[in-house]
Design a binder for this molecule. Structure first.
Ligand code: HEM
Length: 499
């Protein structure tokens, strides 16, 4: 009995011990889990004082400062609330790259469809069809691939040449004008003709396009119609012009448009939806490219050497091509540019894109995930803020300065001793990376080389007005100028590119 009592007492002691050990183990695991949970908390929220506005005022005043200070205070993942909406921003190149790679967790398709409906006015039904038309998104992608754009560049050359020459008719004597008025219309028209042919009413569409483009961000807000009326009316004009184009003969369009049109017609959409689908393309290939030609010239003109170094490089390349191809007619007006070497101009283009772009690649989070140690919930919106990388002191020397030669050397861009392959992301990245990037790099080179072969441009010494970035447009690519430059334009006589 006593042995039983002893054994029963010892059993209960053992049990108690087991319970205590078990409890301790559980408490430790729980503590660890809890610690992990604490570690995996929501990304910090940038402080603000006015409830609905959030950080909107600070963002309006000094957007680069907001992102820089938040990264310094919280690290590369944080939330910003502005105008009633809250987004998680990512500012480190390696995390941006991880988001771009994982297109299942960080989705773009629902956002693309929302934009098609709200901004470009495509009906809900046709937007729904777009979910199942991978083949046509695939063709869109292939039609603008590095391999395919050569033909588009060769179409672009003569159109750009003609548009520039037509404009220069007005500049027989030295004339003072504003840079935007001088440079944007020919760049806009040449690109439209390249894709759609001269049957597209490009000149007529220029003004409504400017208004529609200015309302691009507002159209996504679902604000009352009376506030958006101006932009909706401009869009309507563009819809009507494009619908008219599609319903009339237009054999002079590019193969790219012909092929896309065939695929879209198979979908049996209304002619309005078809027109608005193409309006999406027109916006994509005009909106940023015309700002790019503007800033390349505007930024370089404000340097002490002005446009001199670009002109010298262009003249040398053209003369050398003519010497080596004395029996060949350059019917495209751009063969000498496509075959020439322009290290300085290429660096100026790349630097302008780094310096003037503000891209928020937006993604919808499809499952709970950890980023930079923080918990990101399903349904959150994540923004890859590529400008933070462009303005990072560790990656770029003097990032707030426009340095035309920045990309001329074989410099590798590093941070903490590691190479940063995605140090420049003006075209965004991942599934929604700009499909026009191969075309536009050639387009910009051709346009600037033809322009500076035809025109001598200098700053008007009597005007001190200088363009600033229109920060209200941050997030959508290249920021348009606020204000302008007054320039003196004279026709160049030795335009041997016109042979
Ligand atoms: C310097 C000029 C340009 C810049 C800076 C630029 C920039 C961008 C950016 C930032 C995006 C969104 C990327 C993202 O969400 O991660 C984009 C998308 C796009 N761009 Fe461009 N772009 C330019 C010119 C062009 C041109 C000339 C074309 C057409 C020929 C074009 C076609 C497109 C298309 C089709 C998309 C949508 C891709 C998609 O949704 O999957 N872009 N661009």
């Amino acid at each position: 009995m006593s042995s039983f009592i002893v054994s029963s007492t010892s059993t209960s002691r053992v049990n108690t011990l087991l319970v205590v050990v078990g409890f301790l183990a559980f408490a430790t695991i729980y503590k660890l889990l809890d610690k992990r949970k604490q570690f995996e908390k929501r990304p910090p929220l940038v402080k603000y004082t006015i409830p609905w506005l959030g950080s909107a005022i600070q963002l309006g005043k000094d957007p680069d400062g907001v992102f820089k200070n938040a990264t310094k205070a919280f690290g590369p993942v944080f939330r910003i609330k502005a105008a009633g909406r809250e987004f998680t921003y990512i500012t480190a190149p390696e995390i941006i790259s991880a988001v771009y790679r994982d297109s299942k967790t960080f989705e773009f398709t629902p956002i693309r469809l929302d934009m098609s409906e709200l901004i470009f006015g495509i009906s809900k039904k046709s937007c729904n069809d777009m979910k199942n038309i991978d083949h046509f998104l695939k063709y869109h992608h292939e039609g603008l691939s590095a391999k395919a754009v050569h033909g588009l560049h060769q179409r672009y050359g003569p159109f750009a040449y003609d548009c520039i020459q037509n404009m220069m008719i007005n500049f027989r004597a030295t004339t003072i004008t504003k840079l935007a008025l001088f440079i944007k219309p020919p760049a806009y028209v040449a690109a439209l003709y390249t894709f759609f042919g001269k049957t597209y009413p490009a000149l007529e569409s220029y003004e409504p396009f400017q208004i529609f483009d200015a309302g691009f961000l507002l159209l996504q807000t679902k604000l009352p119609r009376f506030i958006l009326r101006k932009y909706l009316n401009a869009r309507e004009k563009l819809t009507v012009l494009t619908e008219g184009y599609l319903t009339s003969p237009h054999e002079d369009c590019s193969d790219f448009v012909r092929e896309m049109e065939g695929l879209v017609r198979n979908e049996k959409w209304s002619s309005r939806d078809m027109a608005n689908f193409f309006l999406g393309d027109i916006w994509a290939f005009e909106s940023n490219a015309i700002q790019a030609v503007y800033w390349i010239i505007a930024l370089q003109l404000q340097r002490p050497e002005g446009l001199y170094k670009i002109i010298e490089e262009i003249d040398t390349a053209r003369d050398s091509w003519i010497k080596n191809n004395s029996n060949v007619e350059d019917e495209t007006h751009c063969q000498w540019i496509l075959e020439g070497s322009f290290p300085f101009l290429t660096s100026v283009i790349q630097e302008s894109l780094r310096f003037c772009s503000s891209v928020f690649s937006i993604r919808l989070v499809t499952r709970e995930v950890t980023l930079g140690g923080y918990r990101i919930r399903k349904g959150d919106y994540v923004m890859c803020h590529t400008r933070s990388v462009h303005m990072d002191n560790d990656i770029h020397k003097n990032p707030t300065e426009f340095i035309p030669e920045r990309y001329m050397g074989s410099e590798t861009f590093t941070k903490n001793g590691r190479i940063v392959p995605n140090h420049s992301m003006p075209f965004g990245g991942g599934v929604s990376m700009c499909e026009g990037r191969h075309f536009v790099m050639g387009e910009l080179k051709i346009f600037i080389a033809l322009l500076l072969s035809a025109a001598h441009i200098e700053l008007d010494p009597l005007s001190s007005e200088r363009p600033q970035f229109q920060w209200a447009r941050m997030g959508t690519g290249l920021m348009p100028p606020e204000g302008d430059l007054f320039i003196r334009v004279t026709r160049r006589t030795s335009t041997s590119s016109s042979r």
